[in-house]
Design a protein around this ligand. Sequence first.
Ligand SMILES: Nc1ccn([C@@H]2O[C@H](COP(=O)(O)O)[C@@H](O)[C@H]2O)c(=O)n1
Ligand SMILES: C[C@@]1(CO)OP(=O)(O)OP(=O)(O)OC[C@H]1O
Length: 160
Amino acid sequence: MIKFRTGFGYDVHQLKEGYDLWLGGIKVPHTKGAVGHSDADVLIHVICDALLGAANKRDIGYHFSDKDPKYKGIDSKILLKEVMNIIREAGYEVGNIDSTICLQQPKVNPHIPNMISCLSEVMEIDSEDLSIKATTTEKLSFVGREEGISAYATVLIYKK
Ligand SMILES: Nc1ccn([C@@H]2O[C@H](COP(=O)(O)O)[C@@H](O)[C@H]2O)c(=O)n1
Ligand SMILES: C[C@@]1(CO)OP(=O)(O)OP(=O)(O)OC[C@H]1O
């Protein structure tokens, strides 16, 4: 019998001038970037958390502490690769991933095909199994005031 499990991820990073905006593994041109201990790629972080949650393997900060200098400025694609190793070692494969980026500006739709191609390659999954969407928050809340960026992801994993 196939065992299915679902997982969910949520994360927020502050936006500030003078930082790069790494999102979905690519650098998105913008006047502000995301602040974090790592490269602050919020989309990768929520995918990591959703995968870890689905496999009941704690969360991203548990595996990669934001107090550890080893992870200072790290490319989050490296963390995602490590998370995939954790879930595959536990016997799971990815069914599909759905995600939403909450960002007032810039519009990220033009970059989504590149994000999908980049992350599906990192995760070694079919690009058809990764969905990335975006929404503004209609100028409301910290996202709407352009103080921050947030994202959500859900995943389905399975083992035979
Ligand atoms: N940063 C963003 C936000 C949204 N989009 C796209 O625009 C559509 C409309 O946004 P609303 O917040 O008004 O719903 C949304 O459905 C996305 O397709 C985007 O590309 N980048
Ligand atoms: C990724 C890690 C580790 O570098 O740092 P941040 O970039 O601060 O990201 P966050 O989602 O706040 O927490 C996970 C951290 O452990």
